[in-house]
Write a protein that binds this ligand. Structure first.
Ligand code: ATP
Ligand code: MG
Length: 224
């Protein structure tokens, strides 16, 4: 069995709105090994994105333990969290979140900008990633000049530029037609075959079934 990448123990998270406190995650336990491909399904409002944000170090749990590569991340400072996130975690979202004025190539290079100077090596890698994702002839297109599926593939390339150990995907096919969904899933399956660990939230059962395993999140807890 491969090494454990992520361990969550009794993770809890609430949001306070006015005087009312909403318990969104009510004790999440999860183990993810390197090379895993996990799909998370569940009803709207069940806490899937909240959990993904915690996994991606974009938000903190109120209590519980989160070990990433064996390291307790609950004690890290904001700066340490940002560095770890930038180096180790790639994100893709339903709405792509590309920068509209930047070309595909520039979008892919953006995370590299935050971590270090843009080196020749990074530029080379951005070209290779776009070629690998079938966008060799779209490198200088802006997002508005690309189809939804192409935009999502740019977003995947961007997520991979810093060679993350984990890819998080929040409804990556939610805005795509079935053919583009299929293309994006083929890319994710290929990346997983090459060893990338993926955690994906989806509403669509046929999409979830392309992962290695599925967990259901309902009312803040995983169903057994
Ligand atoms: N920043 C926030 N402040 C207050 N409440 C929040 C915040 N983020 C999420 N929530 C609440 O937490 C609950 C879970 O939201 P979350 O986005 O995790 O659900 P989800 O499972 O991803 O739903 P969907 O399938 O619709 O995307 C919702 O009731 C939501 O209103
Ligand atoms: Mg969500």
């Amino acid at each position: 069995m491969s090494e454990i990448l992520i361990q969550l123990i009794d993770i809890k998270k609430s949001f306070q709105i006015g005087k009312i406190k909403y318990e969104v995650l009510k004790g999440i336990n999860l183990e993810v090994r390197r090379g895993d491909f996990l799909a998370i399904m569940g009803p709207s409002g069940g806490g899937k994105s909240t959990l993904l944000n915690i996994l991606g170090l974009l938000d903190r749990a109120d209590s519980g333990v989160y070990l990433f590569e064996g390291r307790d991340v609950t004690t890290l400072s904001e700066r340490e969290l940002a560095n770890l996130r930038n180096q180790k975690i790639g994100f893709i979202f339903q709405a792509f979140h590309l920068v509209p004025w930047a070309t595909a190539l520039e979008n892919v290079l953006l995370p590299a900008l935050y971590s270090e100077k843009i080196t020749e090596e990074k530029i080379e890698r951005a070209h290779k990633l776009l070629e690998k994702l079938g966008l060799a002839d779209k490198k200088n297109h802006r997002p508005s000049e690309l189809s939804g599926g192409q935009q999502q593939r740019v977003a995947i390339a961007r997520a991979l530029i810093n060679k993350p150990s984990l890819l998080l995907a929040d409804e990556p096919t939610g805005n795509l037609d079935s053919q583009s969904s299929n293309e994006v899933m083929e890319v994710l399956e290929d990346l997983n075959r090459e060893g990338l660990t993926i955690i994906m939230v989806t509403h669509e059962r046929d999409i979830a079934q392309r992962a290695k395993r599925i967990k259901f999140l309902k009312d803040g807890q995983f169903l057994e």
